[in-house]
Design a protein around this ligand. Structure first.
Ligand SMILES: Cc1ncc(COP(=O)(O)O)c(C/N=C2\CONC2=O)c1O
Length: 405
């Protein structure tokens, strides 16, 4: 019913995806001159999608536009809470109180604020690696120390080293665990047993836990998301971050749901946070939660097929690479270490040699050398061209190496 094969021109939309890659991936290094015009790149890097947001969301925005006044706005009406809370109850069997919900213009801005509100200046932030780099930046921004616990890669399935996590959590100065649930970049969907163990460690060491669940709606068919707070309903030091931004391709509308059950922390948030919201974003998010489910289910089918295509193609054309189908997200995590030395700048190699923009290597804090992360949320025709270019560039590199030693 929905056309995910449509190629949509994003030029002249101020999109990070098309216009921000030199700054973000290559640190605005003007000495790098690529043999590709910007529009010739296949873009598989930043985590937003090449698909139009659902028609029901656009209709919701249009309906609000027709009210024609866009003054100071906040989520006052019960409608928004009803839409989002019903979404969580239906899809995750999880209920939270209306007074616990606060709004943020992004999960990352929320992390930046919450690290400051939760951690004293000499306290530390703990998270699992490889990691989305902004978990570290949230600590750095607040001059709080980061402590990391490396995930263990068991033949492509990442698992938590609970002994190491416990050891790090036992440090009296570690005050906060930022949990990525589901996990970016490995795609893991944590099981109830894993969440139980994480929670037991957190409670034993009196940690605050921010459970960043921004990817929770984008699971492979058959997988089930479990909100961390659902496993520990009586522990009020858990903050849950969810949003329509990844699910419905709305990241530019800057609206996220932050659930803070702890009264004191919520009071701090409400007194310190700039507590106004964009009226068009509220309308978009509410429409998404009320009417977006059919689109989401078709999107999930499309992404599942994109993962199948990607695994098959890489297994065929790069036999020494290793890829497992991610349990969640639209991000494939590919081990290409057999083809590269550890110090290779993978994003630079693939941008220059393949005309593909991707993230990888040291962009995920640590425990990620030799890996590339591919955004598969694009039309199949674009995906296939990107995979063709990636594999051809690696094969050519290999042939050159074999020829010249
Ligand atoms: C785990 C996680 N949390 C938060 C965010 C961003 O939240 P926002 O501030 O947009 O609400 C992202 C986006 N991840 C991205 C964005 O580009 N590349 C990534 O891996 C994410 O992966």
């Amino acid at each position: 019913m929905y056309n995910f094969d449509e190629i949509i021109d994003r030029r002249n939309t101020n999109a990070m995806n098309t216009d921000g890659f030199r700054d973000y991936i290559f640190k605005a290094d003007d000495s790098i001159v690529f043999p590709y015009r910007d529009e010739e790149f296949i873009r598989m890097w930043v985590a937003d999608m090449e698909f139009a947001t659902p028609d029901v969301v656009i209709d919701g925005i249009k309906e609000r536009l027709e009210k024609r006044i866009f003054g100071y706005t906040r989520v006052f009406s019960d409608d928004y809470y009803q839409a989002f809370s019903k979404w969580c109850e239906k899809r995750y069997g999880w209920h939270f109180e209306k007074k616990h919900l606060v709004m943020s213009n992004g999960v990352i801005p929320a992390l930046y604020e919450l690290v400051e509100y939760i951690c004293r200046e000499d306290e530390k932030v703990l998270f699992l690696t490889p990691s989305y780099a902004y978990f570290k930046y949230a600590a750095d921004h607040n001059n709080r120390e980061s402590v990391v616990s490396d995930l263990i890669n068991k033949a492509g399935r990442y698992e938590i080293d609970f002994d190491d996590l416990e050891k790090k959590a036992a440090d009296d100065k570690v005050a906060l665990l930022i949990l990525c649930n589901p996990h970016n970049p490995t795609g893991r969907v944590w099981t109830e047993d894993e969440l139980q163990k994480i929670g037991e460690i957190s409670l034993r060491h009196h940690l605050w836990v921010i459970s960043d669940e921004i990817h929770c709606d984008l699971l492979r068919k058959g997988k089930q998301h479990i909100p961390f707070a659902k496993v520990f309903p009586n522990y009020d030091k858990i903050i849950t971050c969810m949003a329509p931004s990844k699910t419905f391709n709305l990241a530019g509308l800057m609206i996220s749901n932050i659930i803070i059950p702890n009264e004191e922390l919520r009071k701090t948030w409400l007194s310190r946070h700039y507590n106004f919201d964009n009226p068009l974003s509220i309308a978009a998010a509410q429409a998404a939660y009320e009417k977006g489910e059919p689109w989401l289910e078709e999107l999930r089918d499309y992404l599942d097929e994109n993962f199948r295509i990607t695994k098959e193609y890489i297994n065929t054309h790069l036999p020494q690479a290793h890829i497992e189908i991610s349990e969640s997200t639209y991000l494939a995590w590919v081990d290409v270490s057999e083809y590269f030395s550890n110090d290779e700048n993978l994003p630079l190699f693939f941008a220059y040699k393949a005309g593909v923009l991707l993230e990888g290597g040291s962009m995920f804090v640590r425990n990620s050398d030799g890996f590339i992360r591919l955004n598969l949320a694009c039309p199949k025709s674009v995906l296939k061209e990107g995979l063709r270019r990636i594999c051809e560039a690696v094969r050519n590199k290999n042939e050159e190496q074999n020829k010249y030693g």
